[in-house]
Design a protein around this ligand. Structure first.
Ligand code: ZN
Length: 203
């Protein structure tokens, strides 16, 4: 009897989920797969050899990527990061001014619901005011990483308007707005331009 030997790489699925496929460019289902070289007998795996590591395979285009591809946020995560970021920024700005001011709260609700978080209300504000500053700052930075320049300006302008709701910006509010801009990776001069223009427009 003739035995047909060979070498082949076989994959075993070790996980599943949704990722941003760099090849077909959207949120796609993936399979995380562990590769291993085998000696085959009649084209079937017979003797396991070396493990070759794990890859992520897009279930739509079948392209394979290193596992690090899972680190890129999906469009859905980015979409969720934006309202969360505006909510966090609103919390920071309110905290640096008068957090009880009704106009400021209303302006914050306008801004956050404008970014799609429709359930955001007075109660949410109270909750956010209790949160750690670093946590809020992280949320702002996360939202900022997915934004184009124009979108950052718009985001910051929304924050300025929250700060202006209880009257002209004071020192603490200005500091916070510059901090928000910094988290969005905007330069200080750029931030100053947006803040000044928004103040002028509010008069
Ligand atoms: Zn794909």
């Amino acid at each position: 009897m003739l035995l047909v030997f060979g070498f082949s790489v076989f994959f075993r699925t070790t996980g599943e989920g949704v990722f941003h496929c760099p090849r077909c460019g959207g949120d796609r289902a993936y399979r995380r797969r562990a590769a291993r070289r085998w000696i085959t007998l009649f084209f079937l795996p017979a003797v396991p050899l070396r493990r070759l590591g794990e890859v992520v395979e897009c279930r739509v285009c079948r392209a394979r990527f290193p596992v690090s591809a899972l680190r890129a946020p999906t469009a859905q995560q980015l979409a969720a990061a934006l309202p969360a970021g505006m909510r966090a920024a609103a919390g920071l700005v309110l905290r640096s001014g008068d957090p009880e001011d009704e106009d400021a709260r209303e302006r914050a609700i306008e801004a956050v619901t404008g970014y799609g978080e429709l359930g955001y209300d007075d109660l949410c504000i109270d909750t956010d005011l209790e949160l750690r500053e670093e946590f809020l700052e992280e949320e702002v930075a996360r939202a900022g990483s997915g934004l184009a320049v124009e979108a950052k300006e718009w985001f910051l302008a929304r924050c300025v308007r929250i700060g202006l709701a209880d009257g002209p910006l004071d020192e603490a509010e200005r500091r916070t707005l510059h901090r928000v801009a910094q988290l969005l990776a905007m330069s200080r001069a750029h931030a100053l331009g947006v803040i000044t223009m928004t103040e002028a427009a509010a008069h």
